[in-house]
Design a binder for this molecule. Structure first.
Ligand SMILES: Cc1ncc(COP(=O)(O)O)c(C=O)c1O
Length: 380
């Protein structure tokens, strides 16, 4: 049964619980068949109201900051895998208290913190991030292998033997990719770091594995993972973010005004691409809207540009054709707006943050949060 938009406030990020469960079931099947550990990357999906369900299926979570690590510890009730380009000395003790694994981005960082981590009251498994200098990511903004990338250590900076105490390698070079990109990437990882893989207990292959996208070849991924586990006798960890929230929900919005901008009909919405859907401008990509298609040229269909509610000139997305004309007060629902949205929203221009809710499996809507002036004021 489709969800009933009239029961949901505007604007609101709304996750469909049954769609999330479907993703989690699939990820768990891959996890079980391959023997890999799949953990959720909070940078892409940190809607913690769902953590009890996520935890039923996945092996934990990965954090890129103290805040994310603490959220995992408090809300998922497990210890976090952590990686960040650098750690703050004044936060490190607290960070350790929430962590099971810590990956360092440079040998400097490892040398700075190794005594602390090795002297900690319980074992924390430490790794270093490597840069295999191969990525099939078209947008430089999301490519960790651009020339001069600060993310990970290139092979020339590592000797024949890993530093004492390092028991894992971490490589993140994928972005919404399939298993064939992973296969081509593994050629570079193994060519450059293969000898070191024999020295570690685990290899974390980062995120970017879009296993929940239609057409992804899970059997192929499973065979790649099995081969790695057998060849090097290591644990394989995957930490996708997007794949968890992929196509699990929407951003609802309302038409506030319709204007004629020099011949272009613009629907001004109560949401902002810049503040609420920043990836649409960063990547960029054109989000799908329920009941609309790309502008149909030379056709009679009513066509509109979607205008964001900030005064940023570029805060718009166009153009879309609808079956019938839009009116002020109509709902406009953006599809696939759960991953990398809530985690990135801002109150730029003082715009309010969308509410957050869940369309439950029993077909009831649960409003989790609404935000007001205090949220805006707290941030500045
Ligand atoms: C180190 C690391 N791990 C995991 C992820 C999650 O990637 P994705 O959400 O594309 O699966 C990212 C994303 O940038 C990352 O930088």
């Amino acid at each position: 049964m489709p969800i009933d938009i009239s029961k949901i406030p505007s604007p609101c990020y709304v996750l469909e619980e049954r769609l999330l469960r479907r993703n989690l079931e699939l990820l768990n099947r891959v996890q079980t068949a391959s023997g890999a550990s799949i953990i959720v990357a909070l940078k892409g999906f940190s809607m913690y109201a769902t953590f009890p369900m996520v935890k039923q299926y996945l092996s934990g979570a990965t954090a890129s900051s103290l805040n994310e690590a603490r959220l995992i510890f408090e809300e998922m009730k497990c210890k976090a895998h952590v990686y960040a380009p650098a750690y703050k000395p004044q936060e490190f003790d607290e960070l350790m208290s929430y962590s099971s694994h810590i990956t360092f981005n440079s040998l400097n960082q490892w040398n700075q913190f190794k005594d602390k981590v090795q002297g900690f009251e319980r074992k924390i498994s430490c790794g270093i991030r490597i840069n295999p200098q191969y990525a099939e990511v078209e947008t430089d903004m999301y490519n960790p292998c651009i020339v001069g990338s600060r993310l990970g250590i290139t092979r020339d900076l590592l000797g024949e033997k890993l530093p004492e105490g390092i028991e894992g390698l971490h490589s993140h070079t994928l972005c919404e990719n399939d298993s064939y990109t992973l296969e081509r990437t593994l050629v570079h990882i193994e060519e450059k770091f293969g000898d070191l893989l024999h020295q570690v207990k685990w290899l974390n292959l980062g995120g970017g594995h879009l296993m929940t996208r239609e057409g992804y070849n899970h059997e192929h991924l499973i065979s790649l993972i099995k081969r790695l586990r057998e060849t090097y006798n290591i644990e394989i960890i995957l930490e996708p973010g997007s794949a968890i929230g992929w196509q699990t929900g929407y951003l609802t919005s309302t038409v506030l005004d319709i204007i004629d901008a020099q011949g272009i009909d613009v629907a001004i919405l109560d949401v902002s691409f810049a503040a609420h859907m920043p990836d649409t401008l960063e990547m960029p990509y054109k989000p799908r809207i329920w009941g609309a298609t790309d502008a149909v040229v030379g056709n009679e269909k009513p066509t509109y540009r979607m205008g964001g509610m900030t005064c940023l000139a570029g805060d718009f997305m166009g153009d879309y054709s609808f079956e019938k004309p839009l009116s002020i007060g109509d709902s406009v629902v953006f599809d696939d707006m759960i991953h990398y949205t809530m985690v990135k929203t801002t109150t730029f221009n003082g715009v309010g943050l969308p509410s957050i809710g869940i369309w439950k499996e029993n077909d009831e809507f649960q409003l989790l949060k609404s935000f007001g002036f205090e949220t805006y004021k707290d941030r500045i």
